[in-house]
Ligand binder design. Structure first.
Ligand SMILES: Cc1cc2nc3c(=O)[nH]c(=O)nc-3n(C[C@H](O)[C@H](O)[C@H](O)COP(=O)(O)O)c2cc1C
Ligand code: SF4
Ligand code: SF4
Length: 249
């Protein structure tokens, strides 16, 4: 079974491509994370986790859900992380996570997809995004082949890199991952979608306007999903396109 979390569609796309290649099932864990639902899931085929990379690691919300989820059947665990350019030390951390979970770590694959971090970096327009998605296809196919053969996928992060990446991850979450800079413009028409797409239930609608409550993981689902493009993140997002993987509905 392929378990996926995806804020802007990239990891959903990869999960669904893998599911199609492997004739396996892709399960969205968004609602399970949001509702802190850890009830049993069973798969006799290898588990595959597809998720974005946040500061060179698996998203904390995915890691924390995996720690508590009851996953029965196969013990084999593959990870595939989508990213703008590098998954850093994600493999090293995923391996440690598998040890904690009593699972057999089978490797962590990097799939380069379009950047979605509109609060920090430039994000591509649709035509460029489509080009990047098309370029990812050989990596998706080779990963599917490995999983089909139940072959391990070696990680790629040495000891020094692991220490450095971990320190940056901690620094980044401590100092940068805040929601105080989110604002909403007069274009907001009170649809409530931003509140519905937040995996942490961090957004509340008050008098028809979203209010951020201080528990954010910077997934970018709210700002990128607003149908009116009414959300900004300080000045960092002004004038940028809002990213949504063009290859998923
Ligand atoms: C908070 C945050 C941190 C990110 N950190 C990284 C990173 O360390 N390396 C990288 O290459 N891409 C990074 N990205 C880009 C995303 O991992 C990438 O665009 C991913 O495919 C988005 O997946 P999704 O559409 O499934 O949410 C980051 C994005 C966000 C929002
Ligand atoms: S998604 Fe956009 S339009 Fe809808 S409530 Fe949120 S900010 Fe307003
Ligand atoms: S507030 Fe927005 S960016 Fe933060 S976790 Fe929720 S949806 Fe993601």
């Amino acid at each position: 079974m392929i378990l996926y979390f995806s804020a802007t569609g990239n990891s959903k796309y990869v999960a669904e491509r893998l599911a199609a290649e492997l004739a396996d099932e892709a399960t969205d864990i968004f609602t399970l994370i949001r509702n802190e639902d850890f009830s049993e899931l069973n798969s006799e085929r290898p588990w595959v986790v597809a998720a974005p990379t946040y500061a060179w690691q698996l998203p904390r919300i995915v890691r924390d859900w995996l720690r508590r989820a009851k996953l029965t059947g196969s013990k084999q665990f593959y990870f595939t992380l989508t990213c703008g350019n590098s998954i850093g030390s994600a493999g090293r951390h995923a391996k440690r996570l598998c040890e904690e979970m009593g699972m057999q770590y089978m490797g962590c694959a990097q799939i380069i997809m379009p950047e979605n971090y509109v609060a920090m970096f430039p994000v591509p327009e649709e035509a460029e995004a489509r080009r990047i998605v098309a370029k990812a296809e050989p990596d998706i196919l080779s990963l599917a082949e490995r999983i089909r053969r139940e072959e391990p996928k070696p990680g790629h992060c040495g000891a020094l890199g692991g220490v450095l990446y971990s320190a940056v991850n901690r620094f980044f979450f401590h100092f940068f991952v805040k929601d105080r800079k989110f604002t909403v413009s007069a274009a907001c028409f009170s649809c409530g979608k931003c509140a519905d797409v937040c995996p942490l239930k961090n957004i509340e609608m008050k008098s028809g306007r979203p209010v951020w409550n201080g528990n954010c993981t910077h997934c970018m689902a709210c700002i990128c999903g607003c149908p009116a493009a009414a959300i900004e993140y300080g000045r960092a997002s002004v004038g940028k396109p809002r990213y949504r993987c063009p290859a998923v509905k």
